[in-house]
Every structure is written in structure tokens, then in C-alpha cells.
Design a protein around this ligand. Structure first.
Ligand SMILES: [Fe+2]
Ligand SMILES: [Fe+2]
Length: 238
């Protein structure tokens, strides 16, 4: 049996086995933006007993079907950047305009009956406005730098100085997106529809919940896998 170390960071737990993200999602333990703290610290923060969480992780590991989620830890950096673009960025490019229309419609039609809806709409717009240029910067600036780093055996001089500089900026933007997502979760009572909610309202909540889960995976792959590996590679190149 694999020994699980509660002093390991939450991000590392998920890096080693992506299926563990489901355990953290269900316990509302932040493994992406907040993934740099140890599991024991994260449990203290959430007021849950670390032993029970380790047990849940152990059970999830036993059940995990290794083929159901990609193991990003074994990918090369260019391959991982491609994977992020073709899955998470592609998903957001489809989903953000769809959710834009849905949140607008639900707030317009039901806003007078449920005063949380205009706030949900505002929080969504903030998120969308942040994410679109953020993805563009990753695709046009940071990911090409990371691909070049991996492809070259020598030290490279980038316009931005060290790769750590754009990474720091991207991580700051992830924190902002994480905060907007947490607000969406809070304003919708964890995506719970009121009894009278119509199908569009329910579909909107369902899509927002999926958006949150996908964003957590997305930010985790960048903050805890791609970015630290890129920084390490740059240091190796001297
Ligand atoms: Fe991204
Ligand atoms: Fe990102």
C-alpha cells in the first residue's frame, strides 16, 4: 500500500493521481490556486480531520481507473501545453459565449424573483472578461516560450527575461479567476436551484458547476505541473 503523506502539498497529491481531484472537489479543498499548501494545513483551514481525508484519498486511489483521466505528470512540456489548449482552452471558447447568453437571459427573465441572479451575471462577466485575454497571453506568449525552452538544449534569452516573470503574472490572474468562481459558487448556494427554477436556470447552474470543475483541473495543470516544470527546465539550461 502506498503511504500517503499529509505534509505533501495538495497540488502534488493531484499531480500524482488526477482522480484525487474528485475527493478534493467533494470536500471543497482548493487544489489549484490554493494547491501549494500541505494537505494537513488545508484540512485545518476547512476544519476537517486529516485522517478521514487520507482514507478517502486511499479509497479513491483504489477505485481509480488510470485510463479515465490523462496523467499530465508523464507528459512533455510542449505536449502538456498542447493538451491544455485543445481541452481546457477549447472548452472555454465554446462555453463562455454559451454561458454569457444563459446568465444574461436568466437574470433578465427571473432577476426580479431571485435577487442573486444579477450578481451571478456580474460575477460571470468579470470571469469571462478576465479569462479571454488570459488564455490569449498563454497561447501567444507563455506557451510558445515553454515549447522553445523544451526544444532547445541551450540557454535562451527571452524578451520577458526569465520564464518565471510571465508565470507569476498568470498565477496572479488564476487567483482572480479562482476568486470569481468562488463567488459564483457562493451566490448560487453551491449551484442549487430554487424549487421554481425553469430549465434554463437549472441548465445554467449545471453548466456553471461544470465550468468550476473544469477550471480547477485547468489551473491545477498549469500552476502545479506545467509552470514549476518550466521554471525547473530554465534553471537546468543555466
Ligand atoms: Fe490556461
Ligand atoms: Fe491559465
Amino acid at each position: 500500500m502506498l503511504t500517503l503523506d499529509a505534509e505533501q502539498t495538495v497540488g502534488d497529491f493531484v499531480r500524482q493521481k488526477p482522480t484525487r481531484a474528485r475527493v478534493f472537489e467533494s470536500l471543497k479543498i482548493d487544489y489549484c490556486c490554493g494547491g501549494k499548501i500541505s494537505l494537513s494545513q488545508a484540512c485545518r483551514k476547512r476544519g476537517i480531520e486529516v485522517g478521514a481525508v487520507l482514507q478517502a484519498i486511499h479509497q479513491s486511489d483504489e477505485l481509480a481507473d488510470a485510463d479515465t483521466l490523462v496523467n499530465v505528470d508523464t507528459m512533455g512540456l510542449a505536449q502538456l501545453a498542447d493538451h491544455i489548449e485543445t481541452t481546457h482552452h477549447a472548452y472555454l471558447r465554446d462555453e463562455l459565449p454559451r454561458l454569457d447568453a444563459m446568465t444574461e437571459k436568466v437574470a433578465r427573465v427571473h432577476g426580479d424573483k431571485d435577487d442573486r441572479l444579477p450578481t451571478v451575471r456580474q460575477a460571470f462577466l468579470i470571469l469571462k472578461t478576465e479569462l479571454e485575454p488570459h488564455m490569449m497571453k498563454e497561447e501567444m506568449i507563455l506557451f510558445p516560450i515553454i515549447r522553445q525552452l523544451e526544444a532547445s538544449a541551450e540557454r535562451l534569452d527571452f524578451h520577458c527575461g526569465s520564464v518565471a516573470n510571465p508565470i507569476r503574472q498568470m498565477e496572479r490572474e488564476h487567483d482572480q479567476s479562482g476568486a470569481a468562481l468562488a463567488l459564483l459558487n457562493e451566490f448560487t448556494d453551491g449551484y442549487t436551484p430554487p424549487e421554481w427554477a425553469c430549465n434554463t436556470y437549472r441548465a445554467m447552474l449545471d453548466s456553471l458547476e461544470k465550468l468550476e470543475a473544469d477550471m480547477h483541473q485547468h489551473i491545477h495543470k498549469e500552476n502545479n505541473v506545467l509552470f514549476p516544470k518550466a521554471i525547473e527546465l530554465e534553471q537546468e539550461r543555466g
